[in-house]
Ligand binder design. Structure first.
Ligand SMILES: *Cc1c(COP(=O)(O)O)cnc(C)c1O
Length: 373
């Protein structure tokens, strides 16, 4: 059976970001590719979000939760793990707020390598913990936060045993650039504004590098303004100082001393963008709004840019990203970074306890009528 009628396309479809964008990545024909088919995620036009912003703006949501381990981390991990394998590394190590460990564990399994993950105890969403376990990683929880976990990993990585796959590894940033390439390839050019959550600040660094490289290669004529959102309780870049005890419901961005701080600042300055904050309440409201209004369920951290956009659309609120930051008719892309099912607890708390009714049509009809108001 001829399942691949177009040989050109068949060479890259479903084979991941190295197959598709290898020319822009630090790999050679000899690099052994470790891929789970990451990338090529949907860029979904969002009519209600567009209407909420108004003034003829078009909003698209880049759904990175549809990567193989459920977050954008897979784009960088395929490159980092392929290069680690090429160097003959036996084991990977990372600090993580959850998604880096899930991704590292998956790609280690694929590569036949060992993987160690160092996590802040009690601050990892349950779905991410389940992933690290089922993919077979060695898990060490510390009585401390992500920033401390990363310090320990930096020290352990100095020994030869481990390849560090945090975003301090430039191969991670390189792979993550491919999301910007996909957006330009799909829209025909760069958007006017690009909004995303900021934690360790690797992703905003990566997107900016991707947009710039695509301009340099003649594949885009312009670049977007980069707009980053931190959680109010974990906002070192916004506040201009290290936060020693970061706190937020959005555990993926619960970071007080971002590794790519300087690069993120440069991305914001060079793109004439900005960094803003959103509260936990705004994050959870936006998470629920995006699910119920657009059918897109993301984890709390991913809802941060949505919260910022909704607030700017509603105006009135004094913040640095406001309606005046959005010219009429802007084309806006929001990256939603991870899947909602990774962190069911934050939602479960809001579900009313079920009150069973008799198993017949009239009882169910009555229950539906009662629930309507
Ligand atoms: C890692 C992560 C972030 C933060 O990305 P940085 O590159 O650390 O700024 C945001 N959201 C999710 C879901 C993540 O996994």
């Amino acid at each position: 059976m001829d399942r691949n009628p177009q040989p050109g396309k068949a060479a890259v479809q479903g084979r991941g970001v190295i197959a598709r964008y290898g020319a822009f990545l630090p790999v050679t024909a000899a690099t052994p590719v470790v891929s789970l088919g990451e990338g090529n995620t949907p860029l979904i036009f969002s009519p209600r979000l567009s209407a909420a912003v108004g003034r003829g703006c078009e909003v698209f949501v880049k759904c990175e939760g549809l990567n193989p381990s459920g977050s954008f981390k897979d784009r960088g991990m395929t490159v980092a793990v392929s290069k680690a394998l090429a160097r003959g590394a036996q084991a990977l190590i990372c600090a993580s707020t959850g998604n880096t460990s899930a991704s590292a564990a998956a790609y280690a399994a694929r590569a036949g390598m060992r993987c160690a993950v160092v996590l802040p105890a009690g601050k990892i969403a349950s779905g991410k913990m389940v992933q690290a376990f089922i993919y077979g990683a060695r898990i060490v929880a510390i009585d401390g936060n992500f920033d401390q976990a990363l310090e320990i990993v930096r020290a352990l990585g100095a020994r030869d045993d481990f390849a560090i796959v945090n975003s301090i590894n430039p191969d991670r940033i390189a792979g993550q650039k491919t999301a910007a390439f996909e957006i330009v390839d799909e829209l025909g050019d760069a958007p006017d504004l690009h909004l995303l959550p900021v934690g360790n600040a690797g992703n905003i660094t990566a997107y900016w590098a991707g947009y710039q490289e695509y301009c340099a290669a003649g594949k885009a004529t312009r670049h977007p303004r980069m707009i980053g959102f931190q959680a109010a309780g974990a906002a070192p870049i916004y506040r201009g100082e290290v936060v020693t005890k970061p706190e937020t419901v959005a555990t993926a961005i619960r970071i007080g001393n971002p590794a790519s701080w300087a690069q993120a600042t440069r991305a914001i300055e060079e793109s004439r963008g900005l960094i803003d904050i959103v509260t936990d309440e705004e994050i959870l409201d936006a998470q629920r709004w995006l699910a119920s209004a657009e059918g897109i369920f993301v984890e709390p951290a991913s809802a941060a840019p949505i919260a910022g956009l909704l607030r700017a659309g509603a105006a009135g609120h004094a913040s640095c990203f406001s309606a005046s930051s959005i010219p009429d008719g802007s084309r806006i892309v929001c990256t939603v970074t991870g899947h909602g099912l990774k962190d069911p607890e934050v939602v479960s708390a809001a579900i009313p306890p079920p009150q069973p009714v008799s198993p017949n049509e009239s009882a169910v009809w009555r229950a539906l009528e009662n629930g309507r108001s």
